[in-house]
Design a protein around this ligand. Structure first.
Ligand code: ADP
Ligand code: MG
Length: 267
C-alpha cells in the first residue's frame, strides 16, 4: 500500500479573490455568488459540489471568462511567466457532437472555428484519436458511437485546442450509472495523463472524492464556500474506481453528505 497523492501539485496559477455575482432581471435581483475565494494549483483536480441552483455553473462561467464577476478578482500566475489568461477548455453535460458531421469533422470543429487548422494541430488530433481508440471511427457519425466514445470525442475536440485549464460542468450526468463510472474514470485518467489542471462540477459525491485532489463545497444561494476538503486516499492503485474502496473514502463521503444535507435543509 502506498499513500497516493494523485498528482504532483505545484504553484497556484489561478487565485479567485472574493468573487461575487448577481443576476438582474425584471423580477429583481438573484444573488448567486458571495465572497468566493480559493486557489487553483497547476495540475490539480478540483471538484465543486453544492445544492442545485446555488451558483456552480455561474462560478465556472466566471472562471472561463464568459461572464465578468460583479465583485472580486481572479489573479493568474502563469507557469511560463507570461501575462495571459490561461487557455480554457469547457466540457458540458452533453457531448454536443453534431450529427451531420462525422467524428473527425466534430473533433476538428474547435480548431476550424478558431482558425487553427494547421498541420501541427491536425497531427495532435490524429495522435489523440489513435491514443483514445477512436482512429477507426473517424468517418462514423456520432450516433454510431457508444456514450463513452462520444464523451472521448468531445474530450479530443477540447484538448485539440491545447487548453491549460479544463472546466467540466456535470459532464457525465447524461450517462447511465454504470457507463458513468467507467467514462468518468477514463476521461479523468486521460486528462491527468495530458498534465492538465481541471475543475469539475458534479452532484455525485463519490465521483468528487474519487476524481479530485480537493473538493470545494458550496452553500445554498448565494453560494459561499462552506467547506474545502483535501482528498488523500491510501490506495494500491490510484484509479478512480479503486478509490471507492479506499479506507478513508466513507469518512470523506459522510462529511460531504453532512455538509450538503445541512445546506438542502436550509432551502
Ligand atoms: P447551479 O449550476 O449551481 O445549478 P447556476 O449557476 O446555474 O446554478 O444558477 C444560480 C442561480 O442563478 C439559480 O437560481 C438560477 O436560477 C439563477 N440564474 C442562472 N442563470 C441566470 C440568468 N441568465 N438570469 C437570471 N438568473 C439566472
Ligand atoms: Mg449548473
Amino acid at each position: 500500500m502506498q499513500n497516493t497523492t494523485k498528482n504532483t501539485v505545484e504553484a497556484s496559477f489561478l487565485e479567485l479573490k472574493n468573487i461575487g455575482y448577481s443576476y438582474h432581471s425584471l423580477h429583481g435581483e438573484i444573488q448567486a455568488l458571495k465572497d468566493i475565494s480559493f486557489q487553483v494549483h497547476e495540475g490539480e483536480f478540483i471538484a465543486i459540489v453544492g445544492p442545485s441552483g446555488c451558483g456552480k455553473s455561474t462560478l465556472l462561467s466566471i472562471i472561463a471568462g464568459l461572464i465578468a464577476p460583479e465583485s472580486g478578482t481572479i489573479v493568474v500566475n502563469n507557469p511560463d511567466g507570461l501575462l495571459h489568461y490561461p487557455k480554457i477548455g469547457y466540457m458540458l453535460q452533453r457531448d454536443h457532437l453534431f450529427e451531420w458531421r462525422n467524428v473527425y469533422q466534430n473533433v476538428t470543429l474547435g480548431l476550424e472555428l478558431n482558425h487553427m487548422l494547421t498541420r501541427e494541430h491536425l497531427d495532435t488530433v490524429d495522435r489523440l484519436l489513435e491514443d483514445y481508440g477512436l482512429d477507426k471511427f473517424r468517418y462514423k457519425r456520432p450516433d454510431e458511437l457508444s456514450g463513452g466514445m462520444k464523451q472521448r470525442a468531445a474530450l479530443i475536440r477540447t484538448l485539440a485546442l491545447e487548453p491549460q485549464l479544463l472546466l467540466l460542468d456535470e459532464p457525465f450526468s447524461a450517462l447511465d450509472y454504470q457507463t458513468r463510472l467507467f467514462v468518468s474514470a477514463d476521461i479523468c485518467r486521460l486528462i491527468r495523463a495530458a498534465g492538465k489542471t481541471m475543475i469539475i462540477i458534479t452532484h455525485d459525491l463519490s465521483e468528487a472524492i474519487s476524481l479530485a485532489d480537493r473538493v470545494i463545497v458550496l452553500s445554498g444561494r448565494p453560494a459561499v464556500i462552506k467547506n474545502e476538503m483535501k482528498i488523500s486516499l491510501t490506495l494500491a492503485d490510484d484509479s478512480p474506481l479503486a478509490a471507492r474502496n479506499a479506507p478513508e473514502f466513507q469518512q470523506y463521503f459522510n462529511r460531504l453528505w453532512e455538509d450538503l444535507t445541512h445546506e438542502n435543509k436550509k432551502e
